[in-house]
Design a binder for this molecule. Structure first.
Ligand code: HEC
Ligand code: HEC
Length: 389
């Protein structure tokens, strides 16, 4: 009886393992080789496309609702691109590295383990599992149009993609590599990297600098410019439903204020260059708690994240505390806490504001956020796992 139970349990575990392998085909041994197109995908062009993202005309947005006045928001944030793809073969190499479990101590964990294309490069977990099964202390961040920002990680501690790359690899929870030169040797001993480095950089030698450059060019290539919203803007939002139009008006209104923090083409922190001088670096405190157990950049300040593809990236916030967009909206609507460092926009007469949005208005905001989903980006083969058959 006991053995049967045990066998059944082992069977179930085996099946679970099998299912998880099928679901998550991360390269974990030297035996698989990446399958790449004969002519490299166009990463240079997609990376440039972020320059063409337009901002909506605020008079038009204002006309979508008589109830809401557009706040004095900076919408036409001058975009300055911090990183561009220089070469399609370099980005291709970056793509292979991004999906390769060899980059972790025990070959179990790739960047893509915690940054999944179908989820706009978030991973759907509150906290993510690293190479040894330990959990990260923050929620994995979704990313796209990274070249429009320079405040990376929840506490904005990184300004540049090239230097960022090393962090997850050497992080003792995430990928656990103690010695980067050793990792370079490990890559040199595969059947495919020397050739891929040669194609990208003209020589088979593998260095940390080239390695970081390749991954960061791949990261910079991940762009979204084809959401429902981006297509609608070309046409004065004619194809938006009335609910989506109302949601957009509320988003930029002086009542909900969303657009005053989630600004610009990327619905993110008022961005780039300026933040080199701006001490807050695109972070602020939105009153999630009276006392924070994770203080972020200090005093409960966290990165103002991009809302692009936001419908795909639950759970939300730096600690993944909210499972749905409605929970996020309920926070802003009537649950902002009186933290001493609360963003001044969220304070009125010394108290946290209560937006008082109706359930129809919350539905509208949610509908608007859904228009930021870009099906093309999340299915584009150029960002997909090259080890998958
Ligand atoms: C075990 C899970 C895990 C792995 C593996 C992992 N990440 Fe992350 N990633 C995270 C978490 C969690 C955060 C947020 C960390 C923080 O804010 O302190 C993050 C944040 C980021 C960000 C910041 C995005 C932004 O907009 O601020 C980038 C970029 C990134 N990771 C790229 C990578 C790359 C490249 C790799 C592989 C070299 C990688 N990650 C491996 C979990 C992971
Ligand atoms: C004062 C600036 C500010 C305002 C106003 C603001 N946000 Fe945010 N938003 C932030 C910050 C900062 C975070 C991250 C907080 C954290 O994780 O601790 C955030 C997080 C979010 C998230 C979760 C993102 C993720 O990837 O987990 C969503 C969704 C969101 N905001 C939507 C909105 C909407 C909708 C409005 C208007 C009702 C709004 N925000 C108003 C600053 C702001």
């Amino acid at each position: 009886m006991r053995t049967i139970q045990l066998t059944a349990a082992t069977g179930i575990i085996m099946i679970l393992l099998l299912v998880s392998c099928v679901k998550d085909p991360i390269q974990t041994t030297n035996s698989a080789i990446p399958i790449l197109p004969e002519v490299a995908y166009d990463y240079v062009g997609t990376s440039k496309s972020v320059n063409n993202i337009r901002m909506p005309d605020m008079d038009l947005v204002n006309s979508f609702s008589t109830q809401f006045a557009v706040a004095a928001v900076t919408t036409n944030v001058g975009q300055s691109v911090t990183k561009q793809v220089q070469d399609n073969n370099i980005a291709t190499l970056g793509r292979v590295l991004f999906y390769d479990g060899l980059l972790s101590k025990n070959n179990s964990t790739a960047c893509a383990s915690c940054h999944v294309q179908e989820k706009a490069f978030a991973d759907g977990s509150v906290f993510s599992s690293g190479f040894g099964g330990e959990k990260t202390t923050r929620n994995s961040i979704s990313f796209q149009n990274l070249s429009l920002g320079n405040n990376f990680f929840w506490d904005a501690r990184q300004r540049e993609l090239n230097t960022l790359v090393e962090e997850p690899i050497t992080n003792h929870i995430e990928m656990g590599i103690e010695d980067l030169p050793q990792l370079m040797d490990k890559l040199s001993n595969t059947s495919y990297y020397p050739e891929l480095f040669e194609k990208a950089f003209g020589s088979t030698s593998i260095t940390e600098t080239k390695f970081a450059e390749a991954i960061s060019q791949f990261l910079a290539s991940i762009t979204t410019t084809n959401s429902v919203y981006d297509r609608a803007i070309e046409n004065d939002f004619e194809e938006f439903s009335s609910l989506e139009k109302l949601g957009m008006a509320i988003f930029y209104s002086d009542k909900a204020l969303c657009g005053s923090c989630h600004t610009g083409a990327n619905f993110a922190a008022p961005d780039a260059i300026d933040q080199y001088y701006n001490p807050s670096r695109g972070t602020t405190n939105i009153g999630l708690d009276v006392e924070y157990s994770d203080d972020g950049r200090g005093q409960g300040e966290f990165k103002i994240p991009s809302l692009r593809n936001i419908a795909l990236t639950a759970p939300y916030m730096h600690d993944g505390r909210y499972q749905t967009l409605r929970e996020v909206l309920n926070h802003y609507n009537n649950n902002i806490q009186p933290h001493p460092n609360l963003d001044s926009k969220l304070v009125k007469n010394g108290l946290p504001i209560k937006m008082g949005l109706s359930s129809l208005e919350l539905d509208a905001l949610e509908a608007f956020m859904h228009t930021l989903t870009d099906e093309q980006m999340i299915t584009d083969p150029k960002y997909s796992n090259p080890f998958k058959l």
